[in-house]
Design a protein around this ligand. Structure first.
Ligand code: NOJ
Length: 560
């Protein structure tokens, strides 16, 4: 495999609205990110992905872009952004932007022009179709619920397609002029000095421009838009290849990380690897196992074994192909500690175990702001405390399906995207030192127990555990094995054990976590040295035997 600058590094996602507010308007901004660069550097972070900071009306929190060439004033100015790039560079931190290619905003000038006159060139940048007998052109369901079609303003029987909210009109990738516009955007930012992009919802550009009717997969007669995307995925490959050749390939050291759901085994080598469409893709296998139904109320909580099987299957699939990005949370997901750990381990012990399991997997792990202190789901008391459009739709949907208000709220308290969007907990003051002004989102009451200030002062904190883990990944004794070593599953001692090794040329590194309620032990026929454990009192080594108490997790090295 060709060596790349990002191999072996740990990345960190910032959700700018909720990271740190430097001008005290209750909303996070670029000034806040700049202030915390040293903190991130000390943590060992070398790549920062910023969720969208472009001008937007924020119907979908910035994933509805109205100008791809500027910074939204809420976050600051282009000068602030340049300063961020400059300061990050001094600390050897690379900046990765978000790239939303499937759709823009209803406030984008292209869409405004399309609404004015469908004969204008910009109208062909969208999917505009005639309705059928007073109904939308077909029966596809949008990602956040409802039809993918809405009436084109100023027109009687014309509809435009949007696979997400109605404020996010989909862009027509079959149009060569549109494609050229998108390449220009990518090159603008790469020329400016960003190191690459996280590419949003890329599978959605795979469309059938005929928009046929689909066999329904829901009681309301609709069919998820995903079906069209899956059936037309080959079309997207051509578009992405062309995008890559006209942008990323020309900027030799850039990185393209895709948000790609549902990649089939046989297609993985098309996505990643030396000749992949992308450098890497996020591993959403655990998320996909949870979100196995089209509404939150049908989602499934995973057992430890199911979680393990999901992440291990992707590790095995990608071993000989390329790199994925292991992660357990992001701005679209509830907190990993609250989602993937059994109740008994939704604490410091479990958070450290999850960190170890994730960071030593093969690939480029992504932390999401707050992962490093073990942030958990916030308790929302009423539907009014939620901000996300998806949460509001899901709540409505639950009520329409006969669930009580209490149950509908409980479901959001488990699955809502808002959990990843509450302000970062910097200390235990009223607004957690995120801002001096009332923040745009509820501050988690966990701030009293879980916050950066307290954890910086405690040498046994989750935060300091992450620092040690990242330092171990960079340690020259282990770096090559943890970067390039194959992933191999190790036999479990129970359904609640997660155990694997990374096979290097000279050493193997083993990771074992006991997330059950009983103690376990392993005896090996070789000597080994423990390099880290989540709690010294939970792990005991006697010659070649390991005793791992309930909750214990460790990594050890075997010199070959
Ligand atoms: C994926 C993004 O991560 C999510 O936040 C957004 O709502 C959709 N794509 C639409 O852009």
């Amino acid at each position: 495999m060709e060596k790349k600058w990002w191999h072996g590094k740990v990345a960190y996602q910032i959700y700018p609205k909720s990271f740190l507010d430097s001008n005290n308007d209750g909303i996070g901004d670029l000034g806040g990110i700049i202030q915390k660069l040293d903190y991130l550097h000390d943590l060992g972070i070398e790549i920062l992905w910023l969720s969208p900071i472009y001008p937007s009306p924020f119907y979908d929190q910035g994933y509805d872009i109205k100008d791809y060439y500027d910074i939204d004033p809420t976050f600051g100015t282009m000068q602030d952004f340049d300063l961020l790039l400059e300061k990050a560079k001094k600390l050897n931190i690379k900046i990765v932007m978000d790239l939303v290619l499937n759709h823009c905003s209803i406030e984008h000038i292209w869409f405004k022009k399309a609404c004015l006159d469908v004969n204008l060139k910009e109208a062909s940048y969208f999917y505009i179709r005639e309705g059928k007998n007073g109904q939308p052109p077909n029966n596809q369901r949008a990602c956040f619920g409802g039809s993918v079609w809405d009436k084109l303003p100023n027109h009687d029987n014309l509809y435009y397609a949007h696979f997400f909210t109605k404020e996010q009109p989909d862009l027509n990738w079959f149009n060569a002029d549109l494609r050229a516009e998108m390449y220009k955007i990518v090159n603008f930012w790469l020329d400016k000095g960003v190191s690459g992009f996280r590419i949003d919802a890329i599978m959605c550009i795979a469309k059938d421009p005929n928009f046929p009717m689909y066999e329904s997969d829901s009681e309301d007669g609709t069919c998820s838009h995903l079906r069209m995307n899956k059936e037309n995925i080959k079309v997207a490959y051509d578009f992405i290849r062309d995008l890559r050749d006209n942008t990323f390939k020309k900027h030799k050291d850039s990185i393209a990380i895709a948000e790609a759901f549902g990649v089939l085994d046989e297609d993985l080598s098309i996505f990643i690897g030396d000749d992949g469409l992308f450098d890497c893709i996020f591993d959403f296998s655990a998320r996909e196992a949870v979100a196995s139904y089209h509404s939150f109320y049908g989602y499934k909580m995973l057992s430890v074994k199911e979680y393990k099987d999901a992440i291990f299957s992707m590790q095995k699939r990608s071993n000989n192909t390329g790199f994925v990005c292991p992660l357990f949370e992001n701005h679209d997901e509830p907190r990993g500690v609250s989602t993937y750990l059994p109740k008994a381990w939704q604490n410091d012990i479990g958070a450290k175990a999850l960190a170890l399991i994730t960071l030593f997997l093969r690939g480029m792990p992504f932390l999401f702001q707050g992962s490093e202190i073990g942030m958990q789901n916030t308790k929302f008391e009423s539907i009014d405390e939620f901000d996300d459009i998806l949460s509001k739709n899901e709540y409505k949907n639950s009520l329409e399906h006969g669930l009580t208000k209490e149950l509908a709220l409980d479901i959001l308290n488990v699955h809502a995207r808002d959990h990843g969007r509450t302000p970062m907990l910097w200390d235990d003051s009223e607004y957690a030192a995120f801002s001096t002004h009332k923040p745009w989102m509820k501050v988690s009451s966990f701030k009293d127990k879980i916050n950066v200030k307290a954890q910086l002062e405690d040498k046994n904190s989750i935060l300091n555990f992450y620092k040690t883990l990242i330092a171990l990944k960079k340690d020259e004794r282990f770096n090559s094995c943890l970067t390039y070593g194959d992933f191999v599953e190790i036999e479990s001692r129970s359904d609640d054990t997660i155990a694997y090794k990374r096979e290097g040329s000279y050493i193997d590194i083993y990771v074992i976590a006991n997330l059950g309620l009983s103690d376990i032990s392993y005896t090996f026929d070789f000597n080994f040295d423990i390099i880290i454990s989540n709690d010294l009192s939970l792990v005991l080594k006697d010659k070649n035997t390991l005793y791992i108490k309930r909750g214990g997790a460790l990594a050890f090295v075997h010199k070959k």
